[in-house]
Design a protein around this ligand. Sequence first.
Ligand code: ADP
Ligand code: LRH
Length: 447
Amino acid sequence: MNKAYIAFDLGASSGRLMLGIEKGETVELEEVHRFPNDPVTIGGTMYWDIPRLFHEMKQGLKKVARRTDVDIQSMGIDTWGVDGAWIDEDGQMINLPIHYRDGRTGKVIEEVEGLIDEEMLYTLTGIQKANFNTIYQMYYDKKYNKVIKEHGYKWLFMPDLLGYFFTGNLYNEATVASTSGLLDAHTRTYSEEIFNKLGFKREWMNELVMPGTKIGTLSQAIQEETGLGGLPVIAVASHDTASAVAGAKIEKENELYLVCGTWCLMGLEVGTPYLTKEAQEAGFTNEGSAKGKIRLLKNINGLWILQQLKKCLNDRGLPVDFPDIIAEAKESNHTYAIDIADERFMAPINMEQEIIKACEEVYGVKLTRIGDIATAVYNGLGKLYKETVIQFEALIGEPITTIHMVGGGTKDQHLCQVVSEMTGKTVIKGTTEASAMGNVLLQQGSC
Ligand code: ADP
Ligand code: LRH
């Protein structure tokens, strides 16, 4: 019987259970269960629906338990970065994880900067300032959320939290922790200086474990509920982008990855962090890789804009899917481009109107056709990719010839063409499910 590994990959648009099945020297991925990831806003706060996500994960495990054709070895979980939740001293989760697009942290940025300025934070951590970084979330929670202030005992990042639900064990996995803005860029451990300056307690955090560490086995209750036995649970590179970069299998140092999903992450794997003013000004961030190296990258607010455009169209009764939008975009040939990095596209109430308004303000034109509106997004993405490639070349001091594209965006041939035309580089289309692939490779120990 073929050996197989369970990879849970939770993205901001959907979650999936993929089985990585060993076939000789290779691994084949099979999608067993996919479920939507729809955040829920209650009283003005945008939450992740963690009970539903966990429920769906268990439904996936039940499907796997019925399989008689594969020999399941272990399970790993990867998710998006920065977010998490608090548990109290009795081990109860005391808040639903809050979505990184929620606005609450906007209120504390200045306060944090009064204690530690942006430049120093970058020099210490190598993490680019973004309102959603865990550092700001924790500061807000501990100062302004009365329940967390009093009862928040331990912080768990999303994959750690799910791992805890499955095993009962507490840990912080290193790649997802590296998105927090709390790790020292050199030692890759929690920065004492930051904790001291912000009055954070080191005890809030758990033991940092490296990708590949076995963190436990499925708890008795989960075993009984799902029908799976005492399966080992491995802390993979549990930040989805770290798993995706591992799954992209890039061999040359000067070849860029472009992980295209809800976010587009463009970058290089490097040996040491880039902490210079130039790196900071170019918008680069230094996160941890599956292999313990550095993922130097730029976070680009990516296909989220197209996802939200599709949602707006669906909400007004147009039953369009991505292929329909793409087909219309191909018919459009204007050169107007929205500024993808503009905060206005982080969480607007109506993305379609926001794009139309932005083009009207900048170019004095009112776009009406779906294809024209989508093209303003594709052009904006292309422009930003091009600019980012040039910045990388300047930073590393050598030309980049190749871009490896992975993630859901590889299903979009039009996007692949935009990347190739705008950057002028060779684009190699890799796997759509790169995060799941990296997740499996880590479990296998072949990463
Ligand atoms: P995440 O892991 O962040 O949830 P994915 O890697 O699944 O995201 O990528 C989702 C994106 O993939 C969508 O926003 C869309 O742009 C693209 N996509 C998904 N399905 C298709 C499709 N059938 N045709 C073209 N693009 C698609
Ligand atoms: C992509 C991602 C990205 C950022 C963002 C919050 O899914 O993990 O690397 O961390 O989500």
